[in-house]
Write a protein of this length. Structure first.
Lengths: 84, 199
């Protein structure tokens, strides 16, 4: 088995850097190490892709519309605030 | 990622002028997201609704003082957070024991390399990761996140606020925000992983 060089990331460390990577919060050196790891590791690349897919799916969650009744209640309150 | 368009200056100008239509548009756009955030801050539904109502009152009365130094969204959500805190936000400090691992540690070997790699999610044209099918699952998964993770994930990934906007609204540091986002997203991925088709 190849001995890991000190500067190489292992997978368990790499998955913990995913958010800092996506947020652009890694130092240049760490970003290079992370990207080098991804190039060599299809499993960590798959993890990153799944996190990206998760973000996209969460972004498509729709919030239910406010009912006409609730909207009217707020309009009534608005009129009251305006007249106070 | 879809970003929600900031209500333009004109819209806020109309609200300043007392235009009811401008108020209705803001309510249509932000009331439900505010309520969802309020529910993560207080445990009682009635209190959550009151806090959102108070927030609207503060917006209507304070719009003259909004100078646009932060984004409207930061201003709006931070009013809600402050109202919740003064209403005695009883956010549990530790709900469940939060996992410190993004991925179940038993999937790695002693050297920290994948022993049990992830199955790939199927993403071809016939079986796209279907947002409509997964929506109910995602909503319930979001509700299962620890409140602080849920706040950050909702504002960032559902509502599309920026890192700065979320930090401003919740009064947290950028580093803290990243940790909460990281854990929240990792947990959601794990839940999705148990449901999506593999291939």
């Amino acid at each position: 088995m190849l001995a890991l060089r000190q500067k190489d990331l292992v997978c368990q460390q790499a998955v913990e850097l995913v958010t800092d990577y996506l947020e652009g919060a890694l130092s240049r050196r760490d970003r290079r190490r992370f990207e080098a790891h991804l190039r060599a590791c299809p499993n960590c690349s798959a993890y990153l892709e799944q996190i990206k897919a998760t973000i996209a799916l969460v972004g498509s969650v729709e919030v239910e519309e406010l009912s006409a009744e609730a909207t009217q209640d707020l309009i009534n309150l608005y009129r009251r605030w305006q007249s106070e | 990622m879809l970003r929600i368009v900031e209500p333009d200056i004109e819209q806020l100008g109309h609200l300043r002028d007392g235009d009811e239509k401008a108020f209705v548009m803001l309510v249509a756009r932000y009331h439900q997201p505010l309520l969802r955030l309020a529910r993560t801050l207080v445990s009682n539904e009635e209190v959550a609704e009151e806090i959102v109502q108070d927030t609207w009152m503060a917006v209507v009365r304070g719009i003259d003082r909004f100078e646009g130094r932060s984004s409207f969204k930061t201003w709006l959500y931070s009013i809600l957070v402050n109202r919740a805190r003064s209403a005695g936000a009883n956010e549990p400090l530790t709900t469940a024991i939060e996992s410190l691992h993004s991925v179940d540690p038993t999937r790695f070997d002693a050297q920290g390399q994948w022993a049990d790699p992830l199955d790939r999610w199927r993403d071809d044209s016939e079986s796209r990761l279907d947002a409509a099918t997964l929506a109910p699952l995602l909503s319930s998964a979001l509700n299962d996140l620890a409140p602080r993770q849920r706040q950050v994930v909702m504002l960032r990934d559902v509502e599309g606020l920026s890192n700065d906007e979320v930090c401003g609204a919740l009064g947290i540091t950028s580093g803290n925000q990243r940790i909460l986002l990281h854990r929240g997203r990792a947990r959601l991925r794990e839940i999705l992983d148990s449901k999506v088709e593999k291939g």
